[in-house]
Design a protein around this ligand. Structure first.
Ligand code: SAH
Length: 252
């Protein structure tokens, strides 16, 4: 017996081959922004794969500053889906229909993000799209890419219910002295690392129910191969207290 909400219980099946893979500094779900565009310093790539890996598929795409990326929520796919979810925007308590949200737990685990297309490179027959302001987990399978067309895709007057505007943030981000010194070194390999960390933390990656509440917990997040530890200082400040490299640990 299959569960009613099991994704396999959909009657009609369509199979797609993925056309590319994402390489992203976000190695785990925690701390990924909730939409693209919020963290401009989040840079990644899409490498086209299989039959889709040909420069012909992207001929003239570089004219467009932004692209739609359609992808599979492969990191949560195994968990199936739910008809009702609790969006963080509503404090994580109110349930709404999954199709009224951008939740990852949908009948078909398909995500869509508008991202900035910085450049397209072909190196040794490999097509690579350099993208930024992404909200994509590392190794995300890509099922389609389309140019973003503002005259039709941008509707600034549209109503967006509980998600009308970007969530405001009153958070200040600080770095302790040890972290400031480490950042000078890390900056050689990870340009804009401080800005990237700051933009991620301003979004307040903590679960919705913790927001606006005092919190002593030391949080860890991974960006690239770095483990970054931080802690709330009062209600409106986050201090970055440690950065260590998971692979080399040379500055740990
Ligand atoms: N812009 C997309 C995604 C919104 S949900 C859309 O609207 O469809 C954003 C969350 O997706 C991020 O916080 C991240 O945790 C999650 N995410 C990104 N890539 C993922 C993946 N490959 N698998 C599972 N979750 C992913």
């Amino acid at each position: 017996m299959q569960n009613k909400t099991d994704k396999r219980s959909l009657d009609n099946k369509i199979e797609f081959n993925f056309i590319g893979r994402v390489h992203s500094p976000y190695k785990e779900k925690f701390a990924i922004p909730r939409q693209p565009g919020l963290v401009s310093a989040a840079k990644g790539t899409i490498t086209l794969t299989g039959a889709a890996n040909s420069p012909e598929l992207v001929r003239e795409l570089a004219q467009f500053s932004h692209i739609w990326v359609l992808f599979v929520f492969h990191g949560t796919q195994e968990q199936g889906w739910k008809p009702l979810v609790r969006p963080p925007r509503l404090g994580g308590n109110t349930k709404v229909g999954v199709l009224a949200t951008r939740s990852t737990f949908r009948p078909n685990p398909i995500g869509m993000s508008v991202v900035k297309l910085d450049s397209i490179e072909v190196e040794k027959q490999q097509v690579v799209l350099h993208i930024s302001a992404i909200d994509l987990l590392d190794t995300t399978p890509i099922i389609d890419i389309k140019p973003y067309v503002p005259y039709s895709d941008s509707l600034p007057q549209a109503n967006a219910g509980f998600a009308q505007s970007q969530p405001p943030s009153n958070l200040q981000i600080t770095f302790n002295q040890k972290v400031k010194e480490a950042l000078v070194e890390y900056n050689k390999n990870y340009p804009d690392l401080a800005l990237f960390i700051e933009q991620v933390l301003i979004q307040d990656p903590r679960p919705a129910y913790k927001q606006g509440k005092s919190d002593d917990k030391v949080y860890g997040m991974s960006l690239y191969d770095l483990n970054i530890q931080w802690q709330m200082q009062g209600l409106t400040s986050i201090e970055v207290i440690d950065i260590t490299s998971i692979t080399t640990d040379s500055l740990g």
